[in-house]
Design a protein around this ligand. Structure first.
Ligand code: NYM
Ligand code: MG
Length: 204
């Protein structure tokens, strides 16, 4: 999980107007770690406690860019590697105005994948050419093979090793309820910490 902690300028104005802003809570990890389940449960729990919280996910497949990504992931189209990386990025940027607006209104956003997935999955891909293992995974989405997920996990671990980043690691190989309890406690801390801090940048 992470939050916009940096000293950047671009989300500051709205926060000053609304006073108490929402937190940006991002769940990152490999496919099938349980992020979507946990994101939904977290939003439900936060709303039940009286927080204003909403769920977002990336890729957000409903936009024009999102449809291109969905078709690519479902192996219905081919997109050059650099281009598809930029499409994933564009898909996040096209939501930034809405996200800034909601955060500055005091709404906490729980986000199922964000920019770290962009880094981890693209950089895992650079190592992929040596292996043709994905063939056995026909019918599943692109990237959803064991070896590819291993490389993505390695990339996430390398990114998390940077102590200046506000991520918390959650062991996802426990029961849904145990994982939920931990994520919920971490999120409550994050919401408290974010409330009076100006909006910064996720990644300077
Ligand atoms: N993915 C996701 C990327 O490759 N780059 C990105 O920037 C993002 C946000 O999309 N295997 C990959 C990781 C997933 C795939 O995501 C679909 P999901 O959460 O399964 O819909
Ligand atoms: Mg998936």
């Amino acid at each position: 999980m992470g939050g916009p902690d940096g000293p950047g300028q671009w989300w500051r104005e709205g926060a000053a107007m609304a006073g108490r802003r929402g937190a940006l809570i991002v769940l990152e990890g490999v496919d099938r770690a349980g992020k979507s389940t946990q994101s939904r449960k977290l939003v439900d729990a936060l709303c039940a406690e009286g927080h204003r919280a909403e769920l977002l996910r990336f890729p957000e497949r409903s936009t024009e860019i999102g449809k291109l990504l969905s078709s690519y992931l479902e192996k219905k189209s081919e997109v050059e590697d650099h281009s598809v990386h930029l499409l994933f990025s564009a898909n996040r940027w096209e939501h930034v105005p809405l996200m800034k607006e909601k955060l500055s209104q005091g709404i906490t956003l729980v986000v199922d994948r964000y920019a770290f997935s962009g880094v981890a999955f693209t950089s895992a891909k650079e190592l992929q050419l040596a292996e043709a293992a994905a063939r056995g995974e026909f019918g599943r989405e692109r990237y959803e093979s064991g070896p590819f997920q291993q490389r993505a996990l390695q990339r996430f671990q390398q990114l998390l090793a940077d102590p200046s980043l506000p991520w918390k690691t959650v062991n996802a190989s426990r029961s849904i309820e145990d994982v939920h309890r931990e994520i919920r406690a971490l999120s409550e801390d994050a919401i408290r910490a974010a409330a009076h801090r100006p909006l910064g940048q996720l990644w300077a």
